[in-house]
Write a protein that binds this ligand. Sequence first.
Ligand code: COA
Length: 462
Amino acid sequence: MKKNLDTFFKPKSIAVVGASKMSTKIGHAALKNILISEYECKLYPINPKEKQILGVKCYAKLSDITGSIDLVLISVPAMIVPQIMNECVQKKVKNVIIISSGFSEIGNYELENEIRKIVDGVKINVLGPNTMGYKNASDGLDASFVFGNPRKGNVAVISQSGALGIGMIYLANNEFVGLSKIIGVGNKLDIDDDDLITYFSRDPETKVMGLYIEAVKDGREFMNSIKDCNKPVLVVKAGISEAGARAAASHTGSMAGSDDIYSAAIKQAGGIRCRDIVELFDMARALAGQPPAQGNRIGIISNGGGLGIMLTDACVVNGLKIPKLSKKTYNKIDRILPDLVKPNNPVDLVADAGFYRYEACTRALLEDPGIDGVIVASVHGGYARPSEFTGAILKMVRERKLHEEFKKPILATWVGGKEFEDIVLDLKTAGVPIYPSTWRTARAMLSLYLEGERIKREKGLD
Ligand code: COA
């Protein structure tokens, strides 16, 4: 049976063991993050030497607290953690986050097993050890020791690496990808990826999941959780080379396993494997904001022949199809284009293309039953006007009726410099999936196609 993580992510009371007055200590940062969270809960710093920390009454030990405790964050040296865990069990604490390092990731399996024995048969959820904790952006709770707030959104991120998880918050913010939750699983003594996938599949605030893993503890449970999940699951699996696997073993104590087996298992379960975290957020942005593609037939529009050809190649290499235009669509586009070009797929709108050509051609492709998704591209080729392209994209992506009518995704690509970048920023803030690379765009479209296929399988249509 999967874990109930409701009180883990939405605790009514939190204690921080190892809370400190010293601002450089992790126990200080963890307490402060909870204190400044936009989240209502009881908060108990635990430190035997202090009466008050950051203006909050301090307790010497957990048993001094009269009320129940939903969540305990532990930030004391590893050797003291078993003693604190015993106190948690006695106090009937529901959830624990062990921030402390110094366990299996450095070969100290004995100490980790000691904790395993303490919680064996006890109804308690344990995250970590060796974890940053989590940030619950949906509810405004920061139960981590790291600085930085994710933009609120609907992508849940699970990371086996703490530092990378933190970096992913900043990357997501930079890319205007909003997160629902981000959590570091650390050594996965108890709470595992599959528990979180199952929880997030029922979380109304989460639409897409992204995982960074080095290894999974229970392959079957991991696969089943993805298989049973009703949302897209994106997976970055690291440690694929021999040297990378060696690094993973010393990072989180993980045995990376055969890469081919991971690839096949993730695919078979219905997950999508990403090459790196940039790709993870590229795909997450597309999946969070666009309808899935009902098939792999893609229409491409650009204002530069070379850009259209590169997009075509990138799509085909990734298993997508760029079909010839139907007679009807050909005729529609022929009326839109200037006389010097003839319609094709990819459609070349010519370098001076403005709002009308972009919008009318995209609409013509969306109306074609032989096209499942559209990529609209622009290169700032001297006299081209990027704002005309971005204006058309913004209109189409925002047009709710368009999505409801056609249920087809629209992605965008651009090539250019600073002036283009500034306008693209506007699109990103509006949630438009736009990418500075033909390859990245094609991969994002692939994820929409794969999600469409997953949904068909879920509905028994495949
Ligand atoms: N109950 C409550 N507090 C206790 C305690 C107990 N039984 N025993 C000690 N403390 C207090 C200490 O006195 C100290 O408070 P002080 O500053 O007022 O003296 C505080 O707990 C922290 O203990 P300290 O010995 O100072 O440890 P630390 O803060 O230097 O380091 C860790 C503790 C957990 C941060 C450190 O051991 C560690 O693991 N760091 C790595 C964490 C990490 O990176 N995790 C993974 C992220 S991805």
